[in-house]
Design a binder for this molecule. Structure first.
Ligand code: URA
Length: 227
């Protein structure tokens, strides 16, 4: 699919459409080694280079990030330092907007997916497509078999009707457990433990569906193929 070069550069957050004209006139935008001086030219996004470098995710952004604690997944800077503040700056200006797929609390670290492909958000968050999410929780006690059974049966959360979907709880060590849930209710893992009398001191998501954090260092991101 081809797109007008000024519209392409502005929708990927590099500049305004007006500034795109200046970039083209300065010879900074090339296709196949030829400078594009006509800002209305239609181009194949993957072939465009800006200052000799390919454009970031010209056909849709999909990345995994290792979220550190202390950052919020919200777009609103009034909520605190955002994960968007530590990602490449043009991403903040992309249209469609880059969003997290679901959220992690400010105090939770680990795997978060980000995309500007609306269909992906829908696919991973819709209750129809239940995706396993795996968390490692550091607790103030070691879960006993009753807690494991309660998680497997479903836990009643404070202020909510019904119970959570069955979740798998495995003890990894003293005060350390792994939880697999298939929902994404607000503060779900912390509230499930609280309902069973345990406090979560630290929480880290290690897996989301088929994606695992593996060795990705905290604060870093890596691209994923759009499924
Ligand atoms: N459950 C929580 O309590 N917090 C998160 O960030 C994710 C799941």
């Amino acid at each position: 699919m081809t797109r007008r070069v000024d519209q392409l550069l502005s929708s990927l957050g590099y500049c305004s459409r007006k500034e795109a004209r200046a970039l083209c006139e300065a010879g900074r935008v090339t296709v196949d080694g030829v400078a594009l001086d006509d800002v209305s030219a239609r181009v194949v996004p993957t072939k465009v280079l800006l200052d000799g470098a390919p454009l970031d995710f010209p056909d849709g952004l999909f990345v995994m990030m290792h979220k550190p604690t202390g950052l919020v997944c919200s777009h609103d800077s009034r909520d605190g330092a955002r994960i968007y503040d530590v990602l490449p700056e043009p991403w903040l200006r992309r249209d469609p907007r880059v969003n997290t797929i679901g959220r992690l609390d400010k105090d939770t670290s680990g795997l978060i997916l980000l995309t500007d492909v609306g269909a992906l958000v829908q696919r991973f968050t819709s209750p129809k497509h239940r995706v396993d999410k795996v968390y490692e929780a550091t607790l103030d006690g070691t879960p006993d078999p009753q807690v494991i059974a309660a998680f497997a049966k479903g836990v009643a959360l404070d202020g909510e009707e019904g119970v959570t979907l069955p979740a798998r709880l495995e003890v990894l060590g003293e005060r350390l457990a792994q939880v697999t849930v298939r929902e994404g209710k607000y503060h779900q893992v912390r509230r499930m433990f609280a309902a069973c009398g345990l406090h979560v001191a630290a929480l880290k998501r290690t897996r989301f569906g088929d994606y695992s954090l593996e060795e990705l260092p905290e604060g870093e991101w890596r691209p994923l193929p759009v499924p």
